[in-house]
Design a protein around this ligand. Structure first.
Ligand SMILES: Nc1ncnc2c1ncn2[C@@H]1O[C@H](COP(=O)(O)OP(=O)(O)OP(=O)(O)O)[C@@H](O)[C@H]1O
Length: 225
């Protein structure tokens, strides 16, 4: 995706928050967006998804999926009901059976859902609830998928499951906002965009990112691990 001369001004403000940004998001790979709290990562994601009116061009126009930090709380239902809620429209089914799921759902997601299928969603841990939703939404076929801090509040084993499911759909263009360097290190090929001072300060491929030294200024974007 090419982003050209992208400008955005918050309502009731006069100065643009983003002024003439130019950068690329290579398609069919993972792009990480890093930056300190308040740098504008979520705002930029909103703009890229067309949720905030902006100037400039974003090409091509892709179908989108946005998994933001506010996933709905669905405490009263079983995991199987959550699956039906998320995938029912996409598959045209009012009830989904675990045995039918393989038609629509990738293998690592089925492996994760199987032991949880009949459990009450509200009885799962916070991390399990988040992963159930993320994995199910990732089954919905979209070209440009934005995940805002998907690994916050989930442990590394569950994060690894999420990344396995992302890799099961390599034709997508991902934009992942993260404060956790281990998320980036879990992939072999990627781009990292560093947002600071309202600019894309740097964009690195995997080799360039690995070559950054431990005293680099951008490391403030990461929480201590
Ligand atoms: N409606 C608004 N008007 C003016 N400024 C705003 C408005 N909404 C958000 N901001 C500011 O824009 C900046 C960017 O916010 P944003 O949520 O995009 O940052 P972020 O990089 O995603 O932060 P975090 O890592 O904490 O999630 C913040 O300083 C925020 O206070």
């Amino acid at each position: 995706m090419q982003i050209k001369n992208l400008s955005y001004t918050f309502p009731k403000t006069t100065q643009p928050f983003f002024d003439q940004l130019n950068f690329d998001l290579p398609e069919h790979q993972v792009n990480f967006l890093i930056g300190q709290n308040g740098a504008g990562k979520t705002t930029l994601a909103d703009v890229l998804l067309g949720l905030r009116p902006h100037q400039g061009t974003i090409t091509p126009t892709l179908s989108t999926l946005y998994l933001n930090q506010q996933l709905p709380m669905l405490a009263a239902t079983r995991v199987s009901d959550v699956a039906t809620l998320v995938l029912g429209v996409a598959t045209g089914h009012r009830q989904l059976k675990l045995t039918d799921l393989a038609q629509w759902v990738d293998a690592p997601t089925i492996a994760f859902l199987t032991p949880l299928w009949h459990r009450h969603y509200g009885d799962l841990s916070g991390g399990e609830r988040k992963l159930v939703q993320l994995l199910l939404f990732l089954q919905v076929d979209r070209e440009f998928v934005v995940l805002d801090e998907p690994t916050a509040f989930i442990d590394r084993q569950h994060a690894a499951t999420l990344f396995t499911v992302m890799r099961a759909h390599p034709d997508r263009t991902y934009l992942v906002i993260t404060h956790d360097r281990r998320d980036i290190q879990a992939f072999n090929q990627y781009q990292v965009l560093w947002l600071a001072d309202h600019q894309i300060k740097a964009n690195w491929d995997a080799a360039q990112f690995a070559a950054q030294t431990d005293d680099s200024a951008f490391l403030q974007a990461f929480k201590t691990v």
